[in-house]
Design a protein around this ligand. Structure first.
Ligand SMILES: [Mg+2]
Length: 227
């Protein structure tokens, strides 16, 4: 049995700032300011960490941020649902073919491992009808730190499929150094893709187990999983 966990932004799709714009609008409405958000690097970070880094510097306490987080999420999801239709969401090469191939195999557990909130992940994937491929995932709502997400994915797999997965047979696919580090932290196999914003050299310096410029060569990717 192998497990394949996909990041979303920069890995499956690029929602062209729809998410950044929505988070900024929502934060402005709920907190009256966006704090440092325009300067925060969103890549590889969970949504709660982006908010914390943007707002704590403005003097908001963690408690205040947490207290308003449900309201902020409602505003964010509402804006994202609208913005996702305005901004062109780009689906990267090979993704559909790979997801179809993986869901057709009985020895593959397929899921998400993303810093997105559950709801924003679903909104983004729905723009290309991809939710059908992902029965479960580990999300930014589950833990603020990405490195904690593989353990949550494992727990979820155990609950849903009654399978105890082995991280050495788990592939974590992502576009940033944080995805690579997260895989390494869990003892999983890291597969870096060059479809995100970051530069390729930075990714390669982090020494992922495997690197793909994009997943257009679906044969090579599926062979890597040995299925
Ligand atoms: Mg990403």
């Amino acid at each position: 049995m192998i497990t394949v966990l996909f990041d979303i932004d920069g890995t499956i799709l690029n929602c062209n700032n729809a998410s950044r714009a929505s988070l900024i609008q929502a934060t402005k409405e709920v907190f009256g300011t966006i704090g440092r958000m325009e300067r925060v690097d969103f890549q590889g970070k969970t949504d709660p960490v982006i908010l914390k880094e943007s707002l704590e510097i403005m003097g908001f306490s963690r408690t205040e941020i947490d207290e308003k987080s449900d309201l902020l999420k409602q505003h964010y999801f509402a804006h994202l649902s609208q913005n996702i239709r305005k901004y062109e969401v780009i689906l990267f090469p090979g993704i559909i073919e790979i997801l179809e191939a993986l869901t057709s195999r009985e020895n593959v557990v397929l899921g998400l491992l993303t810093g997105n909130f559950y709801e924003s992940a679903r909104i983004k994937l729905e723009s290309h009808g991809l939710n059908r491929f992902f029965e479960f995932g580990a999300f930014g709502d589950d833990a603020p730190v990405r490195n904690m997400l593989p353990a949550i994915a494992r727990q979820r797999i155990s609950e849903i499929y009654s399978i105890d997965i082995d991280f050495s047979n788990t592939f974590i696919i992502g576009d940033t150094v944080y995805d690579i580090r997260c895989a390494r932290y869990a003892g999983a196999v890291s597969v870096a893709v060059g479809t995100g914003w970051g530069n390729m050299e930075t990714l390669l310096n982090e020494k992922p187990d495997h690197f793909f410029e994009d997943l257009g060569d679906t044969g090579r990717f599926l062979k890597l999983l040995d299925i």
